[in-house]
Every structure is written in structure tokens, then in C-alpha cells.
Design a binder for this molecule. Structure first.
Ligand code: GP9
Ligand code: MN
Length: 623
């Protein structure tokens, strides 16, 4: 055995060690799911192949350089793997280039980063250390013979061919329909995936240059065809006319905490009451539709009624495009528009995007008094944030449209003990256990805010919109989540967990009602305009007024999953909403999800085309 190891070229040894390590990370740390023996085989094979490709390059270098190449490339490759792992622990996703280059975000993430690093992660660097040691050992001479070099390179091509063939058998059209990064990584490996991502990035850049201006009319016709009724005007049209609008984007707030208790205490007493209030329209089946851009994606959806992108944050990648955004439209109607958020103004590139889409003011970190007593983790606490915002709000010329973005209820949800007013949960996920405490904190801050609005006489004239921005508990915690909810988290439950609160409170309206129908963040812009009594005939929105009787019959998620009245499609499975179980059909019958699949991918593609091609620059909204 020892002899066998000693006769193995060092680059092969490095490839085997690195390949096996990557496999273990895929399998046990990325939690990549395996449904068949073939998938398992591919999952073992692809890291070995990738590692072989990386390290075989060494043999074509001068003999005195080979060891050095192996040392540094194994270190670099391990760092790439590790950074992906950290990212995955937070987002349950793989890094894409646009996200990676959001450097200032990375810097701001430091408070979360420490909870993502585990001491045992050091083990990931063991093989690197070994290679560093062995590369100095004369027992492993460099490869200098030409025939050896050629043979080793031929093996590389053989391995690559095998890998690609197997992946194609397992997943036909892998590259053309890539909503799901896990599939890509599973089938071609992390490193090839990064190369693929780089190619995609170049292609998107080219798309604007070659965009075809006539496409926008085609998309406009498509949207018109999708929509139910000619006019979707309802009795509530203009019910909030001339009122101010306060939209609170509630960080990481999901529906599953509503009406729940911990040791006899409601988690969100304020929201629980508010949603039943006689002046509140409550949409209990309202879904977030965000992707990698998290909060900024939810902002983008609300402002533009377009879908965010499936890779990167559109706030970063396309902040200079032409839009016809909500603040611009409201400015034209005489509103003062502003955003309140106590973070760096460049986070998510907000300063640039806000400027482009017409916000008059952005009250960011510098505008707040942030001290040790009133902040932790991500920064200023929500209670102080709202308190300090009131004077600014009072100054606004009316009517105003103001968006508030909360921050305290953000991953890792670690509220200092003396600020917590409810017990933690008792599951095996610290993240989930703490989640309820920060949820409660934000809920209390909303109550205080509302009371202050009343005290200052600003309550009656304001329409309040409370909306969750996206999930806070990622799929990574589904074990704990399933313990907590007492049911398995299958694809159906996973989608249902993407419901976030949406409560529209119009003081004195008496129009309070619980809406069961499905809706999503994409519908916010047309709904807000409807309530304010603003009609924009030439506007282009993928969403629809949520109050309308006849609506488009699906809500699309950014990864291609969707929700309809009766079905949920998630991770390639069609679920019956009534039972929460997969739809069972004889093989010759078409799945009831099938017709929607087409519509969803078309819709996402059209929205992407608008963004990538910057197509609104060819369109006159005022014509
Ligand atoms: C940062 C805040 C949180 O400013 O909006 O961002 P998130 O991580 O949720 O996207
Ligand atoms: Mn957020």
C-alpha cells in the first residue's frame, strides 16, 4: 500500500484527496440531495475529474515549478470551495459572479460571517497541508518524460468525456434550462459551474448591445393576453386617494410565526391583531418572489412589477436601466417619495438605484444617531429606527410615499438577552430558536411606530402597508422546522413557507377583509396604484391588482416553481394543494402543472429580456 502511494504521481494524489474532500462537502455540507445511484456516481466522479483537470496542468510546467503549482492551486481551489460553503450556509445557494463582486456587501456581512465559520472547517485544509509537505519531499519527483505527460493528458480528456456524457444522460438540456444551481453543481461540479457562470456573465453583457427594440411590443401583447379582464377596476379603486403611504418592508418576516405562541406568549401580537382589524386587507396567501438579491429583490419587485434576476441582484447588475418605477410615477402625481433604512447607503447599490428610479430622499445610516445602546449586529435597532424616523417623516411634504426597511430581524437573529421579551424556541437549530425573539422585537417596534403616528396626528391620513421581504429561515434548517411545525418539509411545504405577511391598513376605511387568493410581490405596484386611484394605461407590469376578481392564475417563483389555485410545482414535482401530496397520475396522462410550466418560464424569460436588453429605453410610457 505504502509502495503504491509512493509510486502515485503527486498531482494524482492531490486530485484524489481534493476530489474526495469535495465530494464529502457536496454530500454532507451542501446537503445536495441524491435520488438515484447514477446521481451518486456523478457526484463522486465530477469532483475527481475537476480536481484532475486542475492538477494535471502542473506536469506541463518545468520540473522545478510543478510542486509550487500544486501547492498554490490546491490552496486556491480549497478557498473557492470554502467561500462557497460559507455562502451556502447563509443562502442555501452557490455563488454567482455578480454576487461575488458585491464587495461592499461582503464587508457588511461580517457580523453574520462569524456564525457561519465553524472550528471544524479547519479540517478542509488538511490535504492542502499534506501537499505542501509532500511537494518538498524528494520521494515525489516531478514528471519530466514526454510520453508520461501525453498519457496523463489523454486520461484527462477521457475523464471529461465520461463526466459530460453521464451528466447529459442524467439531466438532458442541463445548460439550457438552468433555474436550479444545485442541479448544475451536482452534475458538472463546482468549478465547471463557475466557468459556466462566467460564460453567462459575458453573454448578459452582450445582450444589451444587441437588444431588439421591437421586442417590447411583443411582451406587452403577451402581458395583455394573460390578464383576465379588460378593466380590473374594483370598488376599492381610489379608496386611499390623497392619503400618504407608509410601506414597511419587514426584514425576514415569514407567515409561519403569525398566531403562534411560545410558552403561552404570542410571537407577533401586534400583527395578529392588525390583520383582523376592520380597516385591514390581509392577504394570507401572499408569496415573496426574491432570489439572490434578497431585500433588494423584494424592493425591485414592488417598485417595478418585474421579476428580479435568477443570478445576482438586479439592483447591482442593472441599476442604470430605464424603468417606469413606482416612485417615478408617484412623483408625477405630486407625491414626495422617500426611503428610510439605517444601513450604508451603498448596500445593495441602493444609492444608485434609488436615484435612478426617482426617490426624492434616502435617509440612511448617516441620518440616524447610532450608539452602542441602541444597536447590535446589523446596526440600529428597529425601535430606535422608527423613533428617529418620525421627525423626518413629519417634515415631508404631503402626500408622501415612504418606504421603511427594518433590520433587527435579520440572520443570525441574535438579539441581546436583555432586549428579548419572549423565550427562544427549543429545536435543534439555534437560528430558528432565536428567530422568534427578533420577530417579536420587530413586531413591538411596529406597534410603537403606529402609536407614534397616532400621537403625531399622522395616522388617519396614511395608508400603511406591512410586507415581509423574504424568508429568514432557509431550507438548511428544514429538519428543525419540521420538528417545530410537526410535519415533513417536502417541496409543497417549502413553497408554503415562502408566504410572507402582507397587511394593508387603511384607517377609517372599514374595508377590512381576509383575502385567501394567491398573490405575490410582483402584484404590489399595480395594487398600490389601484388603491391610490391612479390609472396608467401604458404601464407594463407582470403583476396585477390583487383586488381584481379575475386574475392571472399563477404566482411564479424565480427558480421556476409556482403556485396556482389548486397546485404547487416545486423541485420538479406537482403537488395537490388540498392534500399537500404529489399528484398521482397514470404515466400516459399529462400533469396538471404542465400547462403552467410553459407560461411561467415564458414569463420569467420575458421579464429577463426586458432587464438584460434594457428594453424600456425603447418604449414610451406616456404616448
Ligand atoms: C441590508 C438589509 C438586509 O441593508 O436590507 O439585506 P438582506 O441580507 O436581507 O438582503
Ligand atoms: Mn432582507
Amino acid at each position: 500500500m505504502k509502495e503504491l502511494i509512493r509510486r502515485t504521481p503527486l498531482f494524482v494524489l492531490a486530485a484524489i484527496l481534493f476530489g474526495l474532500k469535495t465530494y464529502l462537502v457536496y454530500r454532507f455540507m451542501f446537503g445536495i440531495s441524491i435520488d438515484s445511484a447514477l446521481q451518486e456516481l456523478i457526484l463522486i466522479l465530477n469532483p475527481l475529474v475537476s480536481a484532475y483537470v486542475i492538477f494535471v496542468i502542473s506536469i506541463w510546467l518545468k520540473t522545478n515549478k510543478q510542486g509550487r503549482y500544486l501547492k498554490y492551486s490546491s490552496l486556491l481551489a480549497t478557498l473557492v470551495l470554502y467561500v462557497n460553503l460559507l455562502f451556502y450556509r447563509n443562502f442555501t445557494d452557490f455563488i454567482t459572479l455578480p454576487v461575488l463582486f458585491q464587495g461592499n456587501n461582503a464587508a457588511d456581512l461580517t457580523s453574520s460571517i462569524f456564525t457561519l465559520i465553524h472550528f471544524t472547517d479547519l479540517l478542509l485544509f488538511l490535504d492542502v497541508i499534506l501537499i505542501w509537505i509532500l511537494s518538498r519531499n524528494p520521494g515525489w519527483p516531478a514528471i519530466s518524460e514526454k510520453p508520461q505527460k501525453v498519457a496523463a493528458t489523454a486520461v484527462m480528456f477521457l475523464l471529461l468525456a465520461m463526466n459530460v456524457t453521464l451528466a447529459e444522460v442524467e439531466r438532458p438540456m442541463l445548460f439550457t434550462r438552468t433555474f436550479d444551481r444545485e442541479y448544475l453543481v451536482k452534475n458538472i461540479g463546482l468549478f465547471n459551474y463557475h466557468i459556466y457562470d462566467l460564460t453567462m456573465q459575458t453573454r448578459t453583457q452582450a445582450q444589451r448591445v444587441f437588444a431588439d427594440g421591437s421586442e417590447i411590443e411583443k411582451i406587452r401583447n403577451y402581458i395583455a393576453d394573460q390578464k383576465g379582464e379588460e378593466s380590473s377596476k374594483t370598488e376599492l379603486f381610489g379608496i386611499a386617494e390623497d392619503k400618504n403611504v407608509v410601506l414597511v418592508s419587514m426584514e425576514s418576516m415569514q407567515n409561519f410565526v403569525l398566531d403562534k405562541e411560545v410558552n403561552g406568549e404570542e410571537i407577533t401580537p401586534f400583527m395578529n391583531d392588525l390583520k383582523e382589524n376592520k380597516d385591514t386587507l390581509w392577504f394570507k396567501n401572499f408569496y415573496h418572489q426574491t432570489a439572490q438579491g434578497k431585500t433588494s429583490d423584494s424592493e425591485f419587485l414592488v417598485e417595478n412589477s418585474l421579476y428580479p434576476l435568477d443570478r445576482g441582484a438586479v439592483y447591482f447588475t442593472h441599476a442604470q436601466n430605464d424603468y417606469n418605477a413606482l416612485p417615478e410615477l408617484l412623483n408625477e402625481k405630486g407625491y414626495t417619495t422617500s426611503v428610510f433604512h439605517a444601513n450604508n447607503e451603498s448596500f445593495w447599490n441602493r444609492d444608485v438605484m434609488y436615484d435612478n428610479i426617482g426617490y426624492d430622499h434616502f435617509y440612511s445610516k448617516e441620518d440616524f444617531e447610532i450608539k452602542e445602546e441602541n444597536s447590535f449586529g446589523w446596526g440600529l435597532e428597529d425601535k430606535a429606527f422608527f423613533e428617529q424616523s418620525i421627525p423626518y417623516l413629519k417634515e415631508q411634504e404631503q402626500p408622501f410615499y415612504s418606504k421603511f426597511i427594518t433590520l433587527t430581524h435579520h440572520f443570525p437573529f441574535d438579539l441581546p438577552e436583555d432586549k428579548a421579551s419572549i423565550d427562544k424556541l427549543d429545536t435543534n437549530s439555534t437560528t430558528l430558536n432565536q428567530y422568534v425573539q427578533t420577530a417579536r422585537y420587530t413586531d413591538e417596534s411596529l406597534k410603537e411606530f403606529m402609536n407614534r403616528m397616532k400621537e403625531k396626528g399622522m395616522y388617519e391620513d396614511t395608508m400603511f402597508i406591512f410586507m415581509g421581504d423574504h424568508y429568514g429561515i432557509s431550507e438548511f434548517h428544514k429538519g428543525a422546522m419540521s420538528d417545530y411545525l410537526g410535519r415533513d418539509i417536502n417541496g409543497y411545504e417549502h413553497i408554503q413557507l415562502q408566504r410572507v405577511p402582507l397587511m394593508i391598513h387603511i384607517p377609517g376605511s372599514g374595508e377590512g377583509k381576509i383575502y385567501e387568493k394567491i398573490a405575490g410581490q410582483i402584484d404590489m405596484k399595480p395594487t398600490i396604484l389601484h388603491l391610490l386611484g391612479i390609472e396608467e394605461k401604458r404601464d407594463i407590469n407582470f403583476g396585477e391588482n390583487m383586488l381584481a376578481e379575475h386574475r392571472k392564475d399563477f404566482i411564479a417563483m424565480r427558480d421556476g416553481s409556482f403556485i396556482t389555485k389548486d397546485y404547487i410545482y416545486s423541485k420538479s414535482v406537482c403537488y395537490d394543494k388540498e392534500t399537500g401530496e404529489p399528484v398521482e397520475l397514470p404515466p400516459e396522462e399529462e400533469s396538471p402543472c404542465e400547462p403552467f410550466k410553459e407560461k411561467v418560464s415564458k414569463e420569467l424569460e420575458y421579464s429577463d429580456n426586458i432587464i438584460y436588453g434594457d428594453l424600456f429605453r425603447f418604449y414610451d410610457f406616456k404616448d
